[in-house]
Ligand binder design. Structure first.
Ligand code: MLT
Length: 279
């Protein structure tokens, strides 16, 4: 059996900061240019632990718990736009002045699109991982609302059960059982109120396809070869629509590519950051 590729790297604990939009939690490491990581649903900043450990030793890494996840208290109603506003508020509270590199996975990518739309002068570059530009179909939105009903009556387990089978590449399931277990535990520890609010935010998120040609900053689009939620072909189309996008496919990875294949993910991100620095 091949050794697990995820090192379960130790990272600083998230701390609660007082922002202009209330208390929100954030994990921070390092100093210098800011690299901001926005997590997927229904997770928290710990899904970026391999990147926090690696890039926090060379620059400033900021990984919020989006509202309702980790140590950030829930609020309703919630939208991907309000999560972008929360991200801006966290940056304000941390005194981040210069432009950031903003990296979002899936739900974090939906938030990154909104952050670019509202605060583009603060974005030096974008990294869009395993995410989608399309809105939910009416059927998908209806499915989320059915999940809301189940979370309200049964807690987060039905959501964790529905998602866990879609998150990983077959090789991850076969060879990284600890990683799969750890992600499942993160999902099960989520606050049901946060999950309910986020499901509604996902169901009502806007379609941003018309918007992609307007993204003019350097952009890296990353997808796991076996991503079952934001498939490779769809992400290639997304990358093609963004004028300055690079497109990278990570082998043996699914939707959780930064955790499943952190070495390849970090190498792709590092190369991109070096090119951005020199541009
Ligand atoms: C995520 O990973 O954030 C979710 O799969 C997003 C979604 O369900 O649209």
């Amino acid at each position: 059996m091949e050794a697990a590729r995820s090192s379960n790297a130790p990272i600083p604990a998230a701390r609660v900061v007082h922002t202009s939009r209330g208390e929100l939690a954030v994990c921070e490491a390092g100093s210098g240019d800011s690299l901001v990581f926005l997590h997927g649903f229904p997770l928290d900043h710990t899904m970026w632990r391999e990147q926090i450990a690696e890039f926090g030793s060379r620059g400033r890494v900021i990984a919020p718990d989006l509202r309702g996840f980790g140590k950030s208290p829930p609020a309703s109603p919630l939208s991907v736009e309000s999560m972008a506003d929360d991200t801006a508020a966290i940056l304000g509270a941390l005194g981040v002045r210069g432009p950031i590199v903003l990296c979002g996975l899936s739900m974090g990518g939906y938030v990154a699109f909104q952050f670019w739309r509202k605060y583009r002068e603060r974005v030096r570059a974008l990294v869009l991982c395993d995410t989608r530009a399309v809105a939910d179909t009416p059927e998908a939105a209806q499915g989320r609302r059915e999940q809301i009903g189940r979370v309200q009556s049964e807690g987060v387990q039905p959501v964790a059960d529905a998602m866990i089978g879609k998150l990983f590449a077959p090789r991850t399931v076969d060879h990284q059982a600890e990683l799969v277990k750890c992600v499942r535990e993160t999902m099960l520890s989520a606050d049901p109120a946060g999950v309910v609010a986020a499901l509604e935010a996902l169901a009502t998120r806007p379609d941003v396809r018309d918007y992609l040609p307007k993204i003019t900053c350097p952009t890296l689009v990353v997808v796991g070869q076996h991503d079952a939620i934001s498939p490779m072909a769809e992400m290639r189309t997304l990358a093609t629509a963004i004028p300055a996008a690079e497109f990278v496919v990570l082998e043996d990875s699914g939707h959780m590519s930064p955790l499943e294949n952190p070495r390849a993910f970090n190498a792709a991100l590092d190369g991109f950051l070096n090119r951005v620095r020199k541009a």
